[in-house]
Design a binder for this molecule. Structure first.
Ligand code: SF4
Length: 280
């Protein structure tokens, strides 16, 4: 059972850097995550960051909506436009949670933000989600045109793996259907195999071919911002051992999938880790 609340924020756009160095700002309409009311995704390193301590209870059991997000964002986008910075700005939405939390159905903060971006488009907006709810906003995604990258998380092609590691996330088939629907409507779709979980490389590559304009693959060792230390500290090595996936928790394990993806989509459309996420 998830605890939902709303509170005002002090800003909408947060200057970013580090892993997302090519982006100017991140935008998180929500704090906390309800994808996994059994404790969230086990690899989610946000649970170990200070932001995870602002809610009541463990990560994965609460979500706080930023009640004044749209007012703040309208003002901040106006300021960026006036100063001439908007046309150079790249926004990552969202870096610390999924922008399509269940409470988005009634709060409509992500939709409201997209409406503001339609009026004042930045150079690039990357919308990162694992939720088919993104389809609700297809009209706005289409209007955002080439400014938008819709990035859909698909960590594996194997439903047994998905159920073992992220049981409350949408099924792989449903997420791929969303990707195909967006792409059919003309939206640029990125599949984020991040973090890559145990998979069948040839099959996953076949699935990606029809669903993605490009693919970014990332691993526990390259994508946690600490060379795998964060993932180890979260117990991913032990969890993989318990599940019988121990061979999948090691550096370089992405090579077969990279090769299979590149054979199907071409080298230019298959990117890796930090460089891939920052390809604007
Ligand atoms: S959906 Fe994203 S933010 Fe939520 S628990 Fe999983 S990895 Fe963390």
């Amino acid at each position: 059972m998830c605890n939902y609340s709303a509170t005002p924020a002090t800003r909408a756009l947060t200057p970013t850097g580090g892993f997302l160095g090519a982006f100017s700002y991140s935008l998180n309409p929500y704090v906390g995550c309800a994808f996994g009311d059994r404790g969230g995704c086990p690899f989610c390193y946000v649970r170990a960051l200070p932001v995870a301590r602002v809610g009541m209870g463990p990560w994965g059991t609460w979500v706080i909506a930023k009640s004044n997000l749209l007012e703040l964002l309208a003002r901040e986008l106006g300021g960026l436009e006036e100063s001439g910075k908007l046309a150079r700005a790249a926004v990552f939405m969202s870096s610390a949670t999924d922008p399509y939390q269940g409470m988005e159905r009634r709060m409509r903060l992500t939709r409201g933000a997209l409406e503001l971006f339609v009026r004042r488009p930045p150079r690039r907006l990357l919308l990162q989600t694992r939720s088919p709810m993104i389809e609700r906003d297809l009209d706005l995604l289409v209007r955002l045109g080439p400014c938008l990258i819709a990035s859909i998380t698909v960590e594996t092609d194997d439903e047994r793996v998905r159920r073992a590691l992220t049981p409350t996330s949408p099924s792989i088939a449903r997420r791929l259907l969303t990707a195909r629907r967006l792409r059919a409507a003309g939206v640029f779709v990125q599949l984020a195999v991040a973090p890559m979980m145990p998979n069948h490389p040839e099959h996953l590559a076949d699935l990606a071919k029809g669903a993605a304009d490009r693919v970014v693959i990332d691993t526990y060792f390259d994508g946690d911002g600490a060379g795998g230390r964060r993932s180890r500290a979260l117990g991913m090595g032990e969890l993989y051992e318990r599940l019988g996936y121990e061979g999948w928790f090691r550096p370089g394990v992405e090579r077969d999938l990279m090769a299979a993806m590149r054979a199907r989509l071409g080298k230019a459309r298959v990117l890796f880790s930090r460089e891939g996420f920052n390809a604007l």
